[in-house]
Design a protein around this ligand. Structure first.
Ligand SMILES: Nc1nc(=O)c2c([nH]1)NC[C@@H]1CN(c3ccc(C(=O)N[C@@H](CCC(=O)O)C(=O)O)cc3)CN21
Ligand SMILES: CC(C)C(=O)C(=O)O
Ligand SMILES: [Mg+2]
Length: 278
């Protein structure tokens, strides 16, 4: 199967044609292959991987090296999907120069197609600098987990007119700065619908209602592999944890009982050769 790579033009055409864009996160090679085979349009190597795959309490401690490690594995598993890597906390905030250098590593070293960064109008210059270097940027506004402390926790953003106005302005500024797409995390669905209509670039929602141009969820939430918390906006399509636990328990039972490995799992030696040993 040698399908063609999804392009930015195709993603932007989907908005025009009112066809929904699908995005899921992945942090490793086997998952990337599954999402690619399923025809998911864009795969996000989210810094959420720091939590669901690496066990951190939040996305704040995630490093460039960890993001590159996960991004490389994902990129190796993808044939068609458009691969976007999250820039981790403090890899793009200190200066636009540093941001460009770090963004470039996801393209040159990891083989990703684009990067994503969190932030509003204050980050328009950062988006512009990375885009100027020839690297596509996906913006991310609303609930920005890397700066959740500044937001006083994991709270829905833009619920009052002032906050909503700030998000509308941010979306316009980030589009103007050259972002090719924008993620809305945890904002009222009516606001997401309004901004989606006002923008030329596609909008991808997570906890932002059905009127965004596309949707994204954390893979582990959709398949029931993350049990520490389940956000209200997530949907579990299957609960894999008990299924995998049962398989592993069965393995343990068979090894302890001596029923695994069976005759079909072993390698043999000619009797003649075996006789020479004694
Ligand atoms: N497993 C997982 N899923 C995610 O969607 C996710 C991560 N991890 N890690 C990075 C960020 C953090 N995210 C989060 C985490 C918690 C809430 C949360 O507690 N939300 C509340 C709503 C809060 C409110 O009502 O203001 C909820 O009940 O879902 C939201 C987004 C989204 N991202
Ligand atoms: C939830 C998405 C948008 C994200 O940023 C992540 O997975 O890290
Ligand atoms: Mg993220």
């Amino acid at each position: 199967m040698n399908r063609k790579k999804v392009t930015i033009a195709e993603l932007q055409e989907k908005k025009q044609k009112k066809q929904k864009i699908t995005m899921l996160t992945a942090y490793d090679y086997p998952t990337a292959r599954i999402l690619d085979q399923a025809g998911i349009d864009t795969v996000l190597v989210g810094d959420s991987g720091g939590m669901v795959a690496l066990g951190y309490e939040s996305t704040v401690p995630v490093t460039m090296e960890e993001m590159l490690f996960m991004s490389k594995a994902v990129a190796r598993g993808i044939k068609s999907a458009f691969v976007i890597a999250d820039m981790p906390f403090m890899s793009y905030q200190a200066s636009d120069e540093k941001a460009v250098e770090n963004a470039a590593r996801f393209i040159k070293e990891a083989g990703c197609d684009a990067v994503k960064l969190e932030g509003g109008s204050e980050f328009a210059s950062t988006v512009r600098a990375i885009v100027r270097a020839g690297i596509p940027v996906c913006a991310h506004i609303g609930l920005t987990p890397q700066t959740a402390t500044m937001l006083s926790g994991f709270k829905v953003q833009g619920k009052d007119a002032e906050g909503a106005r700030r998000l509308i302005q941010a979306a316009k500024d980030l589009e103007e700065a050259g972002a090719f797409m924008i993620v809305f995390e945890c904002i009222p669905h009516s606001l997401a619908a309004k901004i989606t209509e006002a923008l030329k670039i596609p909008t991808i929602g997570i906890g932002a209602g059905k009127d965004c141009d596309g949707q994204v969820l954390v893979y582990h939430d959709t398949v029931g592999l993350f049990e520490r918390f389940i956000p209200k906006f997530a949907k579990q399509y299957i609960q894999l944890t008990p299924i995998i636990r049962d398989a592993v328990t069965q393995y343990k039972t068979e090894v302890e009982a001596g029923t695994f490995p069976g005759p079909e799992h072993v390698f043999t030696m000619n009797q003649e050769e075996l006789d020479k040993l004694y």
